[in-house]
Design a binder for this molecule. Structure first.
Ligand code: WQD
Length: 317
């Protein structure tokens, strides 16, 4: 099995490539290294340096005996997507069309796509299952919904089978230290905590402690990146077995508050973590927790990392 991993030098992509190689598959990374790192490329994988907006290059990469595509390359900062929608339209929407058109032209019929819990917007109930209405409140989330819709049509009209994986809060790093290149300009909670622990930031600002949750801070579903990577390989195998297109939430069902993440960090480091309470961040739901029942029953996926302390430990290593 030969898999083209678009965005394979990035945070989740590099873990997916590792998992593919560990399972004996062939992987070719297609990445423009705009946010991914050369150091994340595995010697066992092929590499094409290219932009998803470079359609001819993408199509050529697809014509190299590829059985399945994992498409991760995208802009992913929610706040930035509201300030610069043009950038997100170009990368995430035109990029998505390019991937689908290149697959249609090269006759590649299996696609695993990085979607997001951002497709749901403000949750109407939780745990959130895949039937929850799609109501994105960010332009970023909108781009993910649009790609899911495009994939439905390319399935119907071009027979491309897809799996959309809606990640909740991806966190942690490979426990064996295989991934060396970290996200530049981290915007998410765990990388920010790492900067505080490393002394690059004075303190963790906790956005809001007056939510209706057990300690007043927001509840999220942190899912380990190696568990996410495993789900991609299961999804590819499922598609290549001839199963129909599907959408899966990837989370642990285990809600953890920001304060609990801070406490887990203190346990791991054995040192106090300086925190400061700040006002709520606009657009933050109080609780975002996945139901992963469908991924468990139909994909055979079960997250290995269920403790936030273990996740934090891999983030700080
Ligand atoms: C987690 C919690 C913050 C930073 C976003 C996207 C989602 C997905 C993952 C891509 C929240 C709190 C954070 C800080 C804090 N992205 N926090 N201080 O917003 O849950 O999810 O990233 O697909 O679609 O929406 O993740 O890591 O930014 O925040 O208190 O300095 O930590 O308020 O409760 P979020 P996050």
């Amino acid at each position: 099995m030969k898999v083209l991993v678009i965005g394979g030098a990035g945070y989740i992509g590099s873990h997916v490539v590792k998992e593919l190689l560990d399972r004996g598959a062939q992987a070719v990374v297609y990445d423009d290294l705009s946010s991914g790192h050369k150091i994340n490329l595995f010697p066992g994988a092929g590499f094409v340096e290219g932009d998803i907006l470079d359609y001819p290059k993408l199509k050529t990469a697809m014509e190299d005996g590829i059985d399945a595509v994992v498409y991760l390359a995208a802009k992913k900062a929610v706040g930035e997507s509201m300030e610069n929608p043009e950038l997100y339209a170009e990368n995430n929407l035109i990029g998505a069309v390019n991937v689908l058109n290149a697959m249609a032209k090269s006759n590649v019929k299996a696609l695993v796509f990085s979607s997001s819990a951002a497709v749901y917007g403000m949750p109407e109930y939780w745990p959130i299952d895949e039937e929850h209405p799609l109501n994105p409140i960010s332009f970023y989330g909108f781009t993910k919904v649009e790609m899911e819709r495009l994939m439905e049509w390319y399935d119907r009209l071009r027979g491309i089978k897809y799996t959309a994986l809606r990640y909740f809060n991806a966190a942690g790093y490979d426990a064996g230290g295989a991934i060396k290149g970290r996200d530049r300009n981290p915007q998410n909670l765990l990388p920010i905590i790492r900067e505080v622990v490393d002394g690059k930031r004075e303190c963790l600002q906790i956005f809001g402690n007056d939510y209706e949750t057990r300690d007043g801070t927001c509840v999220r579903d942190y899912v380990h990146v190696s568990d996410l990577a495993a789900a991609h390989v299961l999804a590819i195998n499922r598609l290549l077995e001839g199963k129909p297109s599907a959408v899966f939430n990837l989370g642990t069902t285990n809600g953890v508050t920001v304060q609990e993440v801070a406490a887990a960090t203190e346990k791991v480091t054995g040192k106090p973590l300086p925190v400061r309470y700040a006002p709520r961040r606009p657009g933050d739901p109080a609780v975002l927790v996945a139901s992963n029942r469908k991924a468990e029953t139909e994909l055979g996926w079960k997250p290995v990392y269920t403790s936030i302390e273990d996740i934090v430990r891999t983030e700080l290593a």
